[in-house]
Design a protein around this ligand. Structure first.
Ligand code: NAD
Length: 486
């Protein structure tokens, strides 16, 4: 077995030190199904030490840094991410099965841009002056919240940790990061990179381990001031309930099951292009993917015909091949979940337009967690494959007959993270966007995401917003100061 990480980096990161543990977590390469390395597995005692380090660091020189000081550090992190791009791509691809050709422009660039954007935000920690009826000078200041528990899921390890850590640092907080147990490599690598960038010891700590152990201990820790959680709705509900008991501030970025509506006036080729991107991106393990395609009836069979031709041609295979677009699912368990949904749909009479099983791949890849991009027609809104979050490369296609029906179907699940519509009618674009129950709506494309544009959920997709100035606000508290002038 070889080490996946550079020497000395497979330990937890606590107070600026790499702490190796006797208990280990296996690192499995999803492209081959093989265990390729192991990393440290933390326990509650490591959570205690990490929270203590974060609290101490938050009371040290870090709390006296200005926004401009932190901005310089964040810019350096952004630079170091780009300087270490090759290594980060290797780690994310090995850990998650991400195709290397997409990992550099998507994951690494998004993370680098996120730190650069938050470097600018760090300089906007402004308050305001308020007028009052009494003779007083009243003003507000924004302060960091304190110790942030950043809990992240398996599908975008680098991007989603940056989405939390960058604004948390910009606002002057300290962090304990708990990445997903299956995909922790980039978090441990970043633990060293923060130190190299000049982040003081203890300001960012990383504790890898099982969700029910490390995540649970972190959630319940009285030293945590804010829980920034991204993950499934099921675990999010639990995390919100525990945080409620402790009165800990929370942000909840949870599951999604977005609808993509194609109106009959859409540019069909571009609409189908957006639809394919929406469901194969990151092998469908994308909370803001578009797994439910709703097509106005006159175009229904045409769209199915184009999908049947186009989808099998999307390059699938070795994530190390720069031409690959669809890699394996991140774990055997995730593939089993996806397979379960598709088999159930087939048994209920769904029409398999393409895919519907495991591809035949040569050599080592035969044991990888691959699943062919699958398009299903003749499904009902109540079928689990439509109603629930599948989180794999599966697209269901349903016809509709009117704008009202499309909106009703799109809004017909408890989720509300993203939605999209494809139309040439500008008035309809704005009208329908305003009626869709979602944190972000894309018109005539999909997955246009940028650190400046906020996203977040409605309903079972959670609450709070990440990205944009909203992210900085969510890592600060407002304090009012009223000075009597009498
Ligand atoms: P998950 O809920 O299983 O795990 C998320 C994190 O919570 C992991 O770090 C896990 O170890 C931890 N965890 C598990 N049990 C815990 C507990 N009892 N206490 C504290 N922490 C615990 O999610 P996942 O399978 O890793 O990720 C997939 C899910 O994440 C999907 O539902 C997807 O839609 C969602 N997601 C949402 C967004 C968003 O921005 N809204 C982004 C990406 C993924």
């Amino acid at each position: 077995m070889t080490d996946a990480l550079p020497a000395g980096l497979s330990g937890l990161v606590i107070d600026g030190r790499h702490v190796e543990t006797a208990e280990r977590l296996d690192v499995v390469d999803p492209a081959t199904g093989r265990v390729v390395a192991d990393i440290s597995r933390g326990g509650p005692e490591h959570v205690d030490a990490a929270v203590a380090a974060a609290r101490a660091a938050g009371e040290g020189p870090w709390v006296r840094t200005t926004g401009r000081d932190r901005s310089k550090v964040l810019l350096r992190i952004s630079e170091l991410i780009r300087e270490n791009a090759e290594e980060l791509v290797r780690l994310e691809s090995l850990d998650v099965g991400k195709p290397v050709g997409l990992c550099r422009p998507v994951d690494v660039e998004t993370a680098a841009e996120q730190y650069a954007y938050c470097a600018a935000l760090a300089q906007t920690m402004d308050g305001s002056v308020r007028s009052t009826p009494f003779p007083a000078h009243a003003y507000t200041v924004r302060e960091p919240v304190g110790v942030v528990a950043a809990i992240t899921p398996f599908n975008f390890p680098l991007v989603l940790s940056s989405t939390k850590i960058a604004p948390a640092l910009a606002a002057g907080n300290t962090v304990v990061h708990k990445p997903a147990a299956d995909t922790s490599l980039s978090a441990l690598f970043m633990g060293q990179l923060f130190l190299d960038a000049g982040v003081p010891a203890g300001v960012v700590n990383v504790v890898t381990g099982a969700g029910g152990v490390v995540g649970e201990a972190l959630l319940r820790h009285p030293g945590v001031d804010k829980v920034a959680f991204t993950g499934s709705t099921e675990v999010g509900r639990h995390a919100a309930a525990v945080s409620g008991e402790n009165l800990t501030q929370v942000t909840m970025e949870l599951g999604g099951n977005a609808a993509n509506i194609v109106f009959a006036d859409a540019d069909v080729e571009s609409a189908v292009g957006a639809a394919v991107k929406a469901f194969v991106f990151n092998t469908g393990q994308f909370c803001m993917g578009g797994p439910r395609l709703l097509v106005e009836r006159p175009l229904y069979e045409t769209v199915l015909g184009i999908l049947a031709q186009a989808v099998p041609g999307v390059p699938l295979g070795d994530p190390r091949d720069p031409a690959t677009v669809v890699g394996p699912l991140a774990s055997a368990r995730q593939r089993e979940i996806v397979e379960g949904y598709v088999e159930q749909a087939k048994a209920s009479g769904a029409r398999v337009v393409c895919g519907g099983g495991r591809p035949d791949l040569p050599g080592d890849l035969a044991d990888g967690f691959f699943y062919s991009p699958t398009v299903l027609a003749d499904v009902k809104s109540t079928d689990p494959v439509v109603a629930e979050e599948v989180f794999g490369p599966v697209l269901t296609v349903q016809p509709f007959d009117s704008e009202d029906e499309a909106v009703e179907m799109a809004n017909g699940t408890p989720y509300g993270l993203a939605a999209g519509l494809q139309t040439r009618d500008v008035a309809r674009a704005h009208r329908v966007a305003s009626r869709l129950r979602a944190g972000i709506v894309w018109v005539n494309d999909w997955a246009l995401l940028d650190p400046a544009v906020p996203f977040g959920g409605v309903g079972a997709s959670g609450f709070g917003r990440e990205y944009g100035p909203e992210a900085l606000a969510s890592y600060t508290r407002t304090k009012s100061v009223v000075v009597s002038l009498a």
